[in-house]
Design a protein around this ligand. Structure first.
Ligand SMILES: Cc1cc2nc3c(=O)[nH]c(=O)nc-3n(C[C@H](O)[C@H](O)[C@H](O)COP(=O)(O)OP(=O)(O)OC[C@H]3O[C@@H](n4cnc5c(N)ncnc54)[C@H](O)[C@@H]3O)c2cc1C
Length: 521
């Protein structure tokens, strides 16, 4: 359960944490009378529960910087174990996912899907002769309500947390054990960095002379851009591109790579491009020499690409060319914490930094760029510190989704990575046109594929680009974690009609993964 899902049911979450942490405290007999809060016995960490104050510096057992997808859960674990915890947030509680990432974008993707289906009503025998229009102010206010509810849920959860003190302000290392937050000084033997990241602003000619949006500022847009230029063909850019196209904007994606979603296999990337182009999105790739200028109200993008017009003219520009960690203003040199050349905090397999007593979790450590990887970081650190359970980052299997419609669910290695590994492998593929559930829903774009080790019969990787792909991928992911052979999925009885029920069929048609084998059908 991630922060995003848990905030909707904080009570059950607390119960779960209480169970997990049970060995570290005894529940007082009158816990229920105390409003359901657990009453702690003196802490095994040796710190008095009463706040220790020096004249200038406040002492804690643990300090967490950032309230993104790792910090609050870790704070809950540590506080539940009897530690006196401080958590610092400089801006919006819940961080990127809650305020400018997953939650608002998926809320808007849902609005975009709704208008798409209204336009397609005739395909389903539904008569809708009136004009279809989108009220962007209402789309935004729906998004604001969903995101705002999550934000206030995180804040009130933290403020109500026993043993936890919330500080609002910019946290900065003064030494390896001391932080400043405005005029306050805090010290602890254990410090956990969960500061996340922000959009990269690319160094491109003319960029300083044109107005641009990022994933943060686009959250304030309550109108329809006439023509949105999306700079970047990665998953953030693609999601915004499709949703704004569906809202009614003209959209052009400019990508520097040779294909969209460049970490994906070429067949996946090509299918994504076809889906987007089918909806009228212009795609310009191999754009290696990009510049921007302004002509009146228009933004001009110079794209000296291999083919197509040299100049693209739009009304608005979204920069979605990558993320960078929020580590440049954290005073890390005062603490001696090592970062790599891109500013990511260097950590080991248990997320310990170069300085004993300091850990880094979430996007800022470069080990993942997702909510679930940040949350998993908190689980790993908590398990090692509190459960004597040596969980590691290297235990996890790559998994993510791209929330286009249809979505892409991914697990493990890509086909290209399997080929490069040199191992003997088998591959199975199935187009969504041969998945009954997709046909019934009238959503037959995309395909799924799976790669297995020919010798061990373990699943190496899979991609499901198709309706329900973000959910169906989990049946494959869980078998991968179990390190069970793929035959387990084949022998299981699946529910009809679902996308998942065709995974065993696909596995029954495996072919050797050799050059050219298993080409899309
Ligand atoms: C548009 C977009 C869509 C996304 N969609 C998805 C998705 O669908 N699924 C998915 O898994 N991931 C998605 N992500 C990625 C996901 O949002 C991040 O991976 C996740 O939020 C990272 O969490 P985090 O805990 O590392 O940091 P963050 O969530 O960024 O939180 C860091 C927090 O630290 C605070 N902070 C920073 N510096 C300081 C300081 N010095 N002092 C005090 N506080 C500080 C920040 O204000 C922030 O609140 C998306 C991202 C974007 C941009």
């Amino acid at each position: 359960m991630t922060l995003e899902t848990a905030i909707s049911e904080p009570k059950s979450l607390l119960v779960r944490w209480a169970r997990t942490c049970n060995r570290y405290f005894r529940r007082s007999a009158d816990a229920t009378e105390n409003g359901g809060h657990d009453v702690l016995e003196p802490s095994p960490w040796g710190t008095q529960l009463a706040e220790q104050r020096s004249s200038v510096t406040k002492t804690y057992d643990a300090i967490v910087i950032g309230t993104g997808q790792a910090g609050p859960f870790l704070a809950q674990r540590l506080a539940g174990a009897g530690m006196k915890v401080a958590i610092i947030e400089r801006k919006l509680f819940g961080g990127t996912c809650v305020n400018t990432g997953c939650i608002p974008t998926k809320t808007m993707v849902a609005s975009a899907y709704a208008v798409h289906m209204v336009r397609r009503a005739g395909d389903f025998g539904v008569v809708n002769n009136g004009p279809v229009s989108v009220d962007m102010k209402l789309v935004k206010s729906r998004k604001d309500a969903v995101s705002g509810q999550s934000r206030t849920g995180v804040e009130s959860w933290l403020r109500g947390m026993t043993n936890c003190t919330v500080y609002q302000g910019h946290g900065r290392f003064e030494s390896s054990k001391e932080l400043s937050v405005g005029s306050e000084r805090l010290t602890a033997d254990r410090i956990f960095i969960n500061v996340g990241g922000r959009a990269v602003l690319p160094q491109m000619p003319g960029i300083e002379g044109v107005p641009y949006l990022t994933n943060s500022s686009i959250m304030d847009v309550d109108f329809l851009p006439r023509h949105l230029i999306v700079m970047g063909g990665g998953y953030i850019g693609l999601e915004f591109a499709q949703m704004y196209r569906r809202f009614g904007s003209d959209v052009t994606i400019i990508g520097r790579a040779s294909h969209l979603a460049r970490d994906e296999d070429e067949d996946v990337s090509t299918a994504i491009r076809e889906i987007l182009e089918h909806e009228g999105i212009q795609v310009r790739l191999n754009a290696t020499c990009i510049g921007f200028s302004r002509r009146g109200e228009k933004i001009l993008a110079d794209v000296d690409c291999a083919s197509g017009d040299r100049e693209i003219s739009g009304s608005h520009l979204l920069l979605a060319v990558g993320r960078r960690p929020n580590t440049d203003d954290l005073g890390l040199t005062n603490a001696g914490v090592a970062v790599d050349k891109r500013g990511y905090i260097v950590v080991d397999d248990q997320l310990r930094t170069s300085v004993p007593g300091i850990w880094a979790l979430g996007d800022c450590n470069g080990k993942g760029a997702f909510t679930h990887t940040a949350f998993n970081d908190a689980e790993i650190v908590g398990a090692n510190l509190l459960d004597n359970d040596s969980r590691k980052v290297s235990d996890r299997i790559t998994a993510y989704a791209l929330y286009l419609d249809p979505p892409l669910g991914r697990a493990g290695l890509t086909e290209e990575e399997v080929r490069k590994s040199g191992r003997r492998a088998l591959i199975g593929r199935r187009p969504m046109t041969k998945v009954g559930r997709a046909v019934e829903k009238g959503e037959t774009q995309g395909f799924m594929k799976i790669m297995v080790d020919a010798q061990t019969r373990e699943i190496l990787g899979a991609a499901i680009l198709g309706t329900g792909g973000d959910e169906a991928i989990h049946s494959i992911l869980d078998v991968m974690y179990a390190r069970a052979p793929y035959t387990v999925i084949q022998r299981a009885m699946h529910i009809h009609p679902t996308v998942s029920e065709l995974i065993p069929t696909m596995l029954g048609e495996l072919q050797p993964l050799s050059d050219g084998a298993g080409a899309p059908q």
